[in-house]
Design a protein around this ligand. Sequence first.
Ligand SMILES: Nc1ncnc2c1ncn2[C@@H]1O[C@H](COP(=O)(O)OP(=O)(O)OP(=O)(O)O)[C@@H](O)[C@H]1O
Ligand SMILES: Nc1ncnc2c1ncn2[C@@H]1O[C@H](COP(=O)(O)OP(=O)(O)OP(=O)(O)O)[C@@H](O)[C@H]1O
Ligand SMILES: [Mg+2]
Ligand SMILES: [Mg+2]
Lengths: 172, 172, 163, 163
Amino acid sequence: GRLVELEVENFKSYKGRQKIGPFKSFTSVIGPNGAGKSNLMDAISFVLGVKSAQLRSAQLKELIYSGRTRHQPGEGENPGDGDERLPRRGYVAALYITDDGKVLRFMRTITSSGSSEYKINGKTVTHTEYNGLLEKQNILIKARNFLVFQGDVEAVASQSARDLTLMIEQIS
Amino acid sequence: GRLVELEVENFKSYKGRQKIGPFKSFTSVIGPNGAGKSNLMDAISFVLGVKSAQLRSAQLKELIYSGRTRHQPGEGENPGDGDERLPRRGYVAALYITDDGKVLRFMRTITSSGSSEYKINGKTVTHTEYNGLLEKQNILIKARNFLVFQGDVEAVASQSARDLTLMIEQIS
Amino acid sequence: RYDLFHRAYHHISDKIDQIYKDLTKSATFPLGGTAYLSLENNEDPYLHGIKYHAMPPMKRFRDMEQLSGGEKTVAALALLFAIHSFHPSPFFVLDEVDAALDNTNVAKVANYIRENCGDNFQFIVISLKQSLYEKAQSLVGIYREQSINSSQTLTIDLEQYPE
Amino acid sequence: RYDLFHRAYHHISDKIDQIYKDLTKSATFPLGGTAYLSLENNEDPYLHGIKYHAMPPMKRFRDMEQLSGGEKTVAALALLFAIHSFHPSPFFVLDEVDAALDNTNVAKVANYIRENCGDNFQFIVISLKQSLYEKAQSLVGIYREQSINSSQTLTIDLEQYPE
Ligand SMILES: Nc1ncnc2c1ncn2[C@@H]1O[C@H](COP(=O)(O)OP(=O)(O)OP(=O)(O)O)[C@@H](O)[C@H]1O
Ligand SMILES: Nc1ncnc2c1ncn2[C@@H]1O[C@H](COP(=O)(O)OP(=O)(O)OP(=O)(O)O)[C@@H](O)[C@H]1O
Ligand SMILES: [Mg+2]
Ligand SMILES: [Mg+2]
């Protein structure tokens, strides 16, 4: 199978709803420092079920687009000081096509209460069902050997013998 | 003051005696992966008194040039299997000129017993004297804020508030 | 469980050397380097670890810790691709893995990706280096739209333009 | 000891913003970003920590952890140069600090170094990027001499060649 397109809504630095893609067999993501490249990788990781701690955020709420000023010296926390109401929800959806041509739309939403909601082709499912379908496509979030976050690549080669055993065990 | 030139003998990947430099106010060190650029930084750090643990080596002996094969599968540890006798000593010397034009030649040797020997302008001194003279030149190895090793730069910005206090305390 | 682990270990161990060679071979060193896995304790790999060894072309054997930044990156990619070959996930997302690579190694990695990508092995590679992204089939360009304080994207299909 | 610490803190705190502005200003954002230090506890900085805050140009304020890789690198260099200004060591050795920087930021860092280096402030910068090392006054080229299994160097004085 393959990832065809991503749709994000109010995810990290991506304001509003945006379609990103299509992705080919070899797609490169480019842009200046701070543009939002790693945030795109965070969006892909998020929709696959990766926890927020791995996405440079302490909690899910921090993944929602926030355009306003925080702790600016002297300024209060008054939420109204932004020029627009801040979104309280956000989602990422991934359009995926299986080897036999079936279209699967994986969608993970951050609700206004700060929890996750999972949908496949529009139908709400549990996290276990969602993850089960991903595993059928050989997308093993537990092992995560196919996601290399910024700055992590060298550590893969110098990990301890113990860690390497664990990594191989998770994919076996 | 400023660093004018370096002389290395059997230090890491530098075989035999080599002079490196001169260094100008802005000198860039270039070359392919694995050529020996970071080893040059290790040589500069070593001659200033930085410990081997910071130089990617468990002990001083590992800093001496070793051209032979180690755990090659199936080969014994026979030191004779290299085509030449391996050096058992090595040193780094730094030629430094102070603001008022005095020439100081700092030299640190790894002896065959694996310990360090310090010399200034040819005269053997203790580590304390050696370090004292460096501190007079504002070269504070304890703080090390002027040496940024490969891969460490981002961590400077995201260090904990506690660590930042320590860093500033060491230079005050 | 034990069997599964062993199968995975032997599969990866068989593949790793060739993948590392593909990533390190060049005109000067047509054979490339050498890489292999070894078990710290042959009896029971579960309780002990698996050690990874990689030697760049024409270099003596050293511990992984002695390799340079760029050499470690290449060794890491070889390991990741070897592990992938056992249980292939449909795609890889790599974020600036080329940061420590010199231009020669960037080109080798780009060629490896180009040769190995396909319908069932997709690569999404974030990079700042032209010598990498110019080899892709398509680009997703991300920029910051200052007026609305948001990231925006645009997609460019490189296959439309002849090399 | 308390006084010394305070003197250092206030000196660095005064300098950091201008240095960060010098490293981040551009034609589009002539003012550059904003950077400052704050004490977690005003009474006794010894017992508590010093927090560093940096905001790239025209970006809202966020925790240091939210900055991108390249933004963190620039913030880190500003802090290092500000700390240096209090107790200036005669030279800096920087090993591939430009790895996460895009070409625009590499040029800014190269210009900053070129403008601030001098008899008492020497920079030795290891880099793989031409847009950085082409700005140096001299180059130390390191290569591996395969026949004798050793690193070798050669020095090139760039000031002899007109730009
Ligand atoms: N919840 C959020 N809302 C709005 N902006 C955010 C949010 N979280 C992070 N950001 C912003 O996103 C920017 C970082 O983006 P990202 O890390 O994707 O950059 P990048 O393109 O990977 O850059 P680099 O090349 O330096 O790695 C930061 O400037 C940060 O302030
Ligand atoms: N004691 C030693 N004797 C001989 N060679 C050594 C010794 N210690 C390290 N080396 C070799 O030095 C090489 C690494 O050099 P170094 O880390 O300086 O490379 P580099 O130029 O910084 O590369 P990169 O651009 O990838 O960071 C390794 O290949 C290693 O095997
Ligand atoms: Mg990034
Ligand atoms: Mg290096």
